[in-house]
Design a protein around this ligand. Structure first.
Ligand code: SAM
Length: 431
């Protein structure tokens, strides 16, 4: 199978369960790095701009996308994506995509060819501008569900910039592991390996890797010198401000991005307990802890039920709660299409239960850092109020970064378009 056939197959599978990663991984196993990158770009790009692509295809074909055979529908999507958003020469994109469709559905290729020729000359900006309703127009241009755009307009003044930011391909950041290296030594390793990078503007443990690169070719990959992590995710551990010898509980810890960050900050000297309810994800956490080279207690438990952990015990708790993940849509564009209001409400209930458990486990005078990779007020600000209603006291962040995020009292929000990181909410409390 060639790259475009694979991309079409990925999209056909994506339509069934609205998942992208498992299908991408299953179908690209045999590909080399270059081809894999191309398949990733056109499949996840097509998902990112799904609504705009379908609007354009329907305008040019005069037919509803829903009514097409899946190979034709998705062949047209990857074609429109290449034409609108990549540097692939239009006729090469057309010919190659028609060939790919032909292999998967011989009958559909002629139709894709005819619509494709029209798409080459289609001015989507001009056509979208004719949509009368402002919300529908913006949702189509930026390719989001209209309900999402509507609520973010209510929440955020710069909502259009936010939509634009969520559509950008995210940069690749790595966080070094201070148990095994230092920023200075790691920078030397990167230079020696001829890898282009730049240090993060205010997080010295982070480096942005420039260009496309195979992760396993970064020095120290096998030895656990670094962890792939977005700055917003690392910030949760930074804002927790853990110290060596403290008893730290990481609730909802798997796959361990923040557990390993806490260990790195404390050079492996904090007494960490990491809990998660998901066995498979906990396996990943175990592997990440092993690779990072520190010891910690790992528990498979639902922390909202009876727990084996002692009450009034921990100095600091990190609760990086399960959430609707609307803040990480840059990384997971399928997240645009698999959410609804009920999911947000359901998460909020679970988050409240987790906050209540955290209250019991934290020692008096101890600190809780609550975080979610969500843009939704229900999962952020409303839960911060809930925490106070059950006895938590709003605290001050120990660590402050000038000009970073939107800080309000004991809470902070960061965004892709203003902070060049995933969308996260943090709140700090004392018991
Ligand atoms: N902190 C992790 C990291 O940085 O790698 C990511 C955590 S993810 C946002 C949320 C996690 O919460 C999931 O791994 C999920 O299995 C876990 N979870 C959900 N409900 C839970 C519960 N009742 N008790 C413990 N963990 C739970």
């Amino acid at each position: 199978m060639n790259t475009r056939e694979i991309a079409i197959k990925i999209l056909c599978s994506f339509e069934k369960d609205l998942k992208l990663k498992p299908h991408f991984e299953r179908l690209t196993k045999q590909l080399n790095f270059r081809d894999k990158s191309f398949v990733r770009e056109i499949s996840s790009g097509s998902v990112r701009f799904l609504k705009l692509l379908d609007f354009s295809i329907e305008k040019t074909s005069g037919k509803k996308q829903k009514k097409q055979k899946d190979v034709v529908r998705n062949g047209l999507r990857i074609l429109a994506y290449q034409l609108f958003f990549t540097a692939v020469p239009p006729y090469a994109a057309l010919n190659e995509t028609v060939e790919a469709v032909k292999k998967l559905n011989r009958k559909g290729a002629g139709f894709v060819n005819a619509v494709g020729k029209k798409l080459i000359h289609f001015d989507y900006r001009k056509e979208v501008a004719k949509i009368p309703d402002e919300m529908e127009r913006t949702a189509t241009l930026f390719s989001f569900e209209t309900w999402m755009v509507r609520r973010w307009k209510r929440f955020y003044e710069d909502w259009e910039k936010l939509l634009e930011g969520l559509n950008k391909t995210p940069p690749l950041f790595i966080r070094i592991n201070r148990i095994k290296t230092t920023p200075e030594n790691f920078a030397k390793l990167l230079k020696a390996a001829d890898i282009e990078f730049e240090p993060h503007p205010f997080l010295p443990d982070m480096f942005r890797i420039k260009g496309r690169i195979n992760i396993s070719s970064i020095p120290g990959y096998r030895e656990g010198f670094f962890y792939i992590q977005d700055p917003a995710s690392f910030l949760a551990a930074v804002l927790l401000n853990p110290a060596p010898e403290e008893k730290i509980l990481d609730i909802a810890a798997a796959p361990g991005g923040k557990t390993t960050a806490i260990a790195s900050i404390t050079k492996g000297k904090a007494k960490i307990t990491a809990v998660d309810v998901n066995e498979n994800r906990l396996k990943l956490l175990k592997e990440n802890v092993r690779k990072a080279g520190f010891r910690c207690k790992i528990l498979l438990e639902d922390i909202t039920q009876t727990t084996s952990l002692p009450e009034n015990h921990f100095d600091r708790i990190l609760l990086d709660a399960p959430c609707s993940a609307t803040g990480v849509i840059r990384r997971h564009p399928e997240g645009k299409w698999n959410k609804n209001i009920n999911l947000i409400k359901h998460n909020q209930k679970l988050q409240k239960a987790l906050i209540t458990s955290a209250y019991k486990l934290l020692k008096p005078g101890g600190r809780l850092l609550y975080s979610v990779c969500s843009l939704e007020k229900e999962e952020g600000e409303e839960n911060a109020k809930y925490a106070v209603s059950i006895g938590f006291k709003p605290a001050q962040f120990d660590i402050k970064f000038e000009g970073v995020g939107k800080v309000y009292k004991n809470t902070m929000r960061v965004f892709p378009h203003t902070d060049n990181m995933d969308g996260f909410f943090y709140a700090i409390f004392e018991k």
